[in-house]
Design a protein around this ligand. Structure first.
Ligand code: PXP
Length: 251
C-alpha cells in the first residue's frame, strides 16, 4: 500500500484473542475490540487466520472485522475451495496463503509452492482479479521464492519460526545461519519485484534483526503480543513492538 511506503508496517495478528474466548465458549475477550485497540496503538493492519477447524477466528469474526476495521485486513487462509469462496465474498485487502494441517499447533513451515505451482497459480488468479494482494507464506528458500514469483504472487511472507526457535533454544550458530538466509532471501525476493513480509514467532528479543532488513516491508506478529498484553496491556505491548521495529529500522 503506497500510503505506508518506506515505513516498516506492523500487522497485529489477533487470532489468540479468539483462542482465549473459545477456551470457555464465551463472547469475550472480543477479537474485534482487540483489533480496534491495535489500530489505535499503531498497527498498520490486522491479520486473522480462519483455520479450517475454526479453532480460533470464526466466520462471524471475519464478517465483523471487514465491517469494523479502518486499516487493511490480511486474511490468512489455506488454499482450499472453501477459503477461496470466503475470500472472494469479502475481498480483503490482502490474502496470505498458508499451509495448514489439522493436527499442528500452529503453522509449521512454509508453503510448498514449487511442488504445487500449477494448482496454486489457478487458485490465486481469481483472488488477484478480485483486487486482493496475494501473499504466499514460505520458508527462506530460493526455489520457493522463484515459484511464488512464477505463480503471480505480489508478496511473499518469510517464515521466521526457525530463527525464533533457534534463538529460544540458545542454538546461536543455527540462529545466525537462519538469519543470514532470511537476509539473503529478502534481498533476492525484492530483486524479483516481490514485496517482502516476514513473521511467525517474533518477540521483543528477536524482532530487531528482521526489522532491520531494508527489503522487509511488513511484519506480522501475534502470539507474543497477545501474551504480553496480559502483563502490560494491549496498547503498551504493541507500542513497545512498534518502538523496537522503528529503532531497528533507523540503525
Ligand atoms: N504470519 C503468518 C503467515 C502466520 O501464519 C502467523 C501465525 O498465524 C503469523 C505471521 C504470526 O505468528 P505469531 O503468532 O507466532 O506471531
Amino acid at each position: 500500500m503506497t500510503q505506508f511506503a518506506g515505513r516498516l508496517r506492523l500487522g497485529v495478528n489477533i487470532d489468540h484473542v479468539a483462542t482465549v474466548r473459545n477456551a470457555r465458549g464465551s463472547a469475550y475477550p472480543d477479537p474485534i475490540r482487540a483489533a480496534k485497540i491495535a489500530e489505535e496503538a499503531g498497527a498498520d493492519g490486522i491479520t486473522a487466520h480462519l483455520r479450517e477447524d475454526r479453532r480460533h477466528i470464526s466466520d462471524a469474526d471475519i464478517d465483523n472485522l471487514m465491517e469494523a476495521l479502518s486499516v487493511p485486513l490480511n486474511f490468512e487462509m489455506a488454499a482450499t475451495d472453501e477459503m477461496q469462496a470466503i475470500a472472494l465474498r469479502h475481498k480483503p485487502h490482502a490474502v496470505c496463503i498458508v499451509p495448514e494441517k489439522r493436527e499442528e499447533r500452529t503453522t509449521e513451515g512454509g508453503l510448498e509452492v514449487a511442488r504445487e505451482e500449477n494448482r496454486l497459480a489457478h487458485f490465486i488468479a481469481p483472488l488477484r482479479e478480485a483486487g486482493c494482494r496475494v501473499s504466499i507464506f514460505i520458508a527462506a528458500d530460493q526455489k520457493q521464492i522463484e515459484a511464488a514469483n512464477r505463480i503471480g504472487a505480489q508478496v511473499i511472507e518469510l517464515h521466521t519460526g526457525a530463527y525464533c526457535d533457534f534463538h529460544a533454544e540458545g542454538r546461536f550458530d543455527e540462529r545466525a545461519a537462519e538469519l543470514e538466509r532470511l537476509r539473503e532471501m529478502s534481498a533476492f525476493a525484492h530483486s524479483l519485484g516481490l514485496e517482502v513480509h516476514a513473521g511467525h514467532g517474533l518477540t521483543y528479543e528477536t524482532v530487531s534483526p528482521v526489522a532491520a532488513f531494508p527489503e522487509v516491508m511488513e511484519l506480522n506478529i501475534g502470539h507474543f503480543i497477545i501474551g504480553e498484553a496480559i502483563f502490560r496491556g494491549l496498547s503498551p505491548a504493541i507500542a513497545e513492538m512498534r518502538r523496537l521495529m522503528d529503532e531497528a529500522r533507523c540503525q
